[in-house]
Design a protein around this ligand. Structure first.
Ligand code: NAP
Length: 383
C-alpha cells in the first residue's frame, strides 16, 4: 500500500451529502483515503441517480449518521491502486477508465465525491464501445437484476454460458412488474440472454415496443384498470402450480405494485420485491414512509403459500462468484458484446456538482424518470 497520496491528489475533496431527512443537499469536505491493497482510488467524473438517493435524502432511509455522503454509482479514472500493478488481485491499472456500483453507506466509497476509495471487485473497466456517462447508467441496476434473478428467484445464470445451454425454466412464466424502470429494463435483457422465453413485462404502453425488442414475450399496461385481469387471461391455468410462478416487483409500492400483485400471486408463486417498499412517496411538503419487509405489507391480502422475498442488492457480494466476477468481468463483457443496452440517458445540467445533485433529486421526487436514467458530472474536469 502506498504510504502517501500521489502528487496532485488533494488530501481532502468535496462530497455531496444529505445533512438530515428532507433538507437540501450540502457539500462537505471529505478526507481522500489511501487505497488498501484490494482497493483503487478513483477520480469520479460521472454518477447516475437512483430512487435510493431520494429514499436517503428525503426519508433518511437506513441512515445512522448524518451528514451522509450520497451516491451508489461512479465512473471515472483510477489515480492510485493499493496493490502493486500486475498483482493477482487486481484487473486494474492507474489511468484506466472505470465504472461501478458502490456502497453509498461507506463514506470512503460513496459515488458523489470527487475522489472515491473503492474495493477493486466493485469496479469494471470501461469497454471501448461506451462513454463514461453511458456506462455509469448500468452497474447499480444490472447488479440488481443478476442478484434478484439468482438469489431471490433461484434461477440459474451460468457464466460463461455453456454451449447449448437451455434453462429448465425456459418456458416458465416470469412477470416483471415495472419493466420500464431501470431495474426492469436490465432484468428483461438478462432473462432474454440466458434463454428465459416467457417474460411478461408490465409498463405503461409507450414502452411496449422497446420492451418487446429487448425480449419481453408480452406487455401489459399498468395504467389500465383491468391490467390484472388481462395478465390472468393471458396465462393458462395449470394443475402443476401457480399461473404466474415467478414475479419481480421492480418498484415496491404498496398501492401501485404490491396490491395488484396480491391478486395475481397464488400458492407457490415467488414474489421478489425491491426494498424499500414505498407506503407514501416523498413530496416537497411530505416526508416519505417506507417498510423493509414485504411480509408486513398487505397482511391478509396474499393467498396462502405465496413466497415473498425482500430484495437487498447490497448483499450481492455474499455470492463469492459474483463478488469476484460480476463487476470485474461479466458486466463489461456483456456491454462490450452489445448483449446489454444501457438505459437511455438524461444528462442533468447545472453549474456545480451540488446544483446537479439537487436538480436530479428534485426530479426523482417529482417521479420524472420514465424508461431512462439520470446521469450527471461529478468532478468538473477529466483526469
Ligand atoms: N432493494 C434493492 O436491492 C434495490 C435495488 C435497485 C432498486 N431498488 C428500488 O427499486 C425501485 C426502482 O428503481 P429504479 O432505479 O429501477 O427506478 P426508476 O427507473 O427511477 O423507475 C421509474 C419507472 O417506474 C415505473 N413505475 C412507477 N410506478 C409503477 C407502477 N405502479 N407499475 C409499473 N411501473 C411503475 C415507471 O414506468 P412507466 O415509465 O412505464 O410509467 C418509470 O419508468 C426504487 O424504489 C429503488 O430504490 C431496490
Amino acid at each position: 500500500m502506498a504510504a502517501t497520496l500521489p502528487a496532485g491528489i488533494p488530501a481532502s475533496h468535496p462530497a455531496v451529502a444529505t445533512p438530515g431527512p428532507h433538507q437540501p443537499l450540502v457539500i462537505i469536505d471529505q478526507p481522500t483515503e489511501l487505497p488498501k491493497p484490494d482497493e483503487a482510488l478513483v477520480h469520479v467524473e460521472w454518477t447516475s441517480s437512483t430512487p435510493l438517493d431520494l429514499h436517503r435524502a428525503d426519508g433518511g432511509f437506513a441512515i445512522q449518521n448524518f451528514p451522509f455522503v450520497m451516491g451508489c454509482s461512479l465512473a471515472g479514472t483510477v489515480v492510485a491502486l493499493g496493490a502493486d500493478e500486475g498483482a493477482d488481485d487486481t484487473h486494474l491499472r492507474v489511468g484506466d477508465k472505470v465504472f461501478g456500483f458502490v456502497a453509498d453507506y461507506l463514506p470512503r466509497e460513496a459515488g458523489v465525491q470527487t475522489y472515491s476509495t473503492v474495493p477493486t471487485y466493485r469496479i469494471s473497466k470501461l469497454p471501448a464501445n461506451l462513454t463514461l456517462q453511458e456506462a455509469v447508467a448500468v452497474p447499480t441496476n444490472l447488479v440488481t437484476a443478476f442478484h434478484t434473478i439468482t438469489t431471490d428467484l433461484g434461477l440459474d445464470l451460468p457464466w460463461p454460458i455453456p454451449e447449448n445451454w437451455k434453462p429448465a425454466e425456459a418456458e416458465t412464466t416470469i412477470l416483471v412488474w415495472g419493466a420500464a424502470s431501470s431495474v426492469g429494463l436490465y432484468t428483461v435483457q438478462v432473462l432474454r440472454h440466458w434463454g428465459y422465453k416467457n417474460v411478461l413485462a408490465v409498463a405503461s404502453g409507450k414502452h411496449h415496443a422497446d420492451l418487446e425488442k429487448l425480449g419481453a414475450a408480452a406487455c401489459f399496461d399498468y395504467t389500465k384498470a383491468d391490467v390484472v385481469e388481462r395478465i390472468l387471461a393471458h396465462t393458462p391455468s395449470s394443475s402443476a402450480g401457480p399461473k404466474v410462478p415467478l414475479i419481480i416487483d421492480c418498484i415496491g409500492s404498496t398501492e401501485g405494485t404490491l396490491w395488484p400483485l396480491s391478486k395475481i400471486a397464488e400458492k407457490g408463486s415467488v414474489v421478489a420485491v425491491m426494498l424499500p417498499i414505498i407506503h407514501v412517496h416523498a413530496e416537497e411538503d411530505r416526508v416519505p414512509e417506507y417498510e423493509e419487509d414485504a411480509a408486513k405489507v398487505l397482511v391478509g391480502e396474499w393467498k396462502e403459500g405465496v413466497v415473498l422475498k425482500n430484495v437487498r442488492t447490497f448483499l450481492y457480494a455474499e455470492n463469492k462468484f459474483y463478488r469476484d466476477h460480476l463487476q470485474p468481468e461479466v458486466i463489461p463483457t456483456l456491454l462490450e458484446q452489445g448483449v446489454i443496452q444501457p438505459n437511455k440517458l438524461r444528462v442533468i445540467q447545472g453549474d456545480t456538482m451540488l446544483e446537479r445533485a439537487q436538480t436530479a433529486l428534485n426530479l426523482l421526487r417529482n417521479r420524472a424518470p420514465s424508461g431512462e436514467k439520470f446521469v450527471w458530472r461529478v468532478a468538473e474536469e477529466e483526469k
